[in-house]
Design a binder for this molecule. Structure first.
Ligand SMILES: [Zn+2]
Length: 85
């Protein structure tokens, strides 16, 4: 009975040690990857698409007919009502 308990605690200790090691390895890997990425342009560059000279590209609704169209177009494609007029 006592041996079973000691073996159980041993297993628990071993599991906790393995978990600690994996966590440490993951943290160290993440840090090294982060340091390698510095200075290298990432996929975040794609966000420049949404920032066109300060004007956000999105979807707007026509005031006149309620047609949904891209904010890049200056007028409604349905009724030709100018946007923001
Ligand atoms: Zn319209």
């Amino acid at each position: 009975m006592l041996e079973e308990l000691t073996s159980l605690t041993n297993i628990l200790i071993i599991i906790s040690i393995i978990l600690n090691i994996t966590i440490i390895v993951m943290i160290s890997k993440g840090k090294s990857a982060g340091s390698q990425n510095t200075g290298v342009p990432t996929e975040k560059v794609n966000t420049t698409f949404t920032q066109k000279s300060g004007i956000e590209v999105g979807v707007v609704f026509c005031r006149n007919c309620g047609q949904q169209y891209e904010s890049t177009s200056k007028a409604c494609p349905n009724c030709k009502t100018a946007r923001g007029a």
